[in-house]
Design a protein around this ligand. Sequence first.
Ligand code: ADP
Length: 260
Amino acid sequence: NIIAHQVQRGVKVFDNVRNVIAVSSGKGGVGKSTVAANLALALQAEGAKVGLLDADIYGPSQPTMLGLKGGAVTKDGKTLEPLDGHGLQVASIGVLIDPDEPMIWRGPLAVSALQQLIKQTNWHDLDYLIVDMPPGTGDIQLSLSQEVPLTGAIVVTTPQDIALMDAKKGLVMFEKVNVPILGIIENMATHICSKCGHEEHIFGEGGAKKMAEQYGVKFLGEIPLDINIRLSMDKGEPIVEAAPDSKVAQVYKEIARKVG
Ligand code: ADP
């Protein structure tokens, strides 16, 4: 059983959480949050108990993407109960801040808020906690990588040169703080026209695979640019959950099996 094997290898970080995996990207808009949600659901479909921490302080999108209802819940005034997102245990910085206010916290404040969120949420026995990181490689990302006990990190990129350039900085950042890279996922890899089936490499081709080879890290897989992915996320029903037999869901499940 692959999951049991992965769990055995995992670093025990909290009493109730066996592996913490950061999903990161060099740039915003490459689909990091979309990948984090679908990968979490794919791990769950493989039989693991999974949580998702939305740490993207600049644009917390998991409440929308996972169709979360209601705000933060506390039973004792000190700790938070995770919210339920399609069976995932979810905590989002998004339910603690005003969605209409821009996030202007300074680095240390943001890091301590996120640390509190991860440590003071009552995670109930998790094999994996997926962390949807803020995009980029600034101070906040660096401190988070140092101070959250990560088992490893996944880097999401599109095949476009400018996205790859920033993704490389992400790889270097994790290497600097000794966080193992679990692999690279290429998102928006090819576009298949929903009318004629014509396939096009809108953002380029093969870049992430090459980058993985260059840095000696695993290439975990490629996700197509597919209108159903965007539509499902906007509805709060990620494609892995909404269309478990689709090709995209199968790709995510293959990636889930490779993680670890
Ligand atoms: P990030 O977290 O990197 O900023 P998001 O996950 O928020 O990016 O994705 C940005 C937008 O692109 C969202 O509207 C999302 O639904 C859409 N999107 C992400 N990946 C895909 C994909 N493979 N195909 C189609 N739309 C996608």
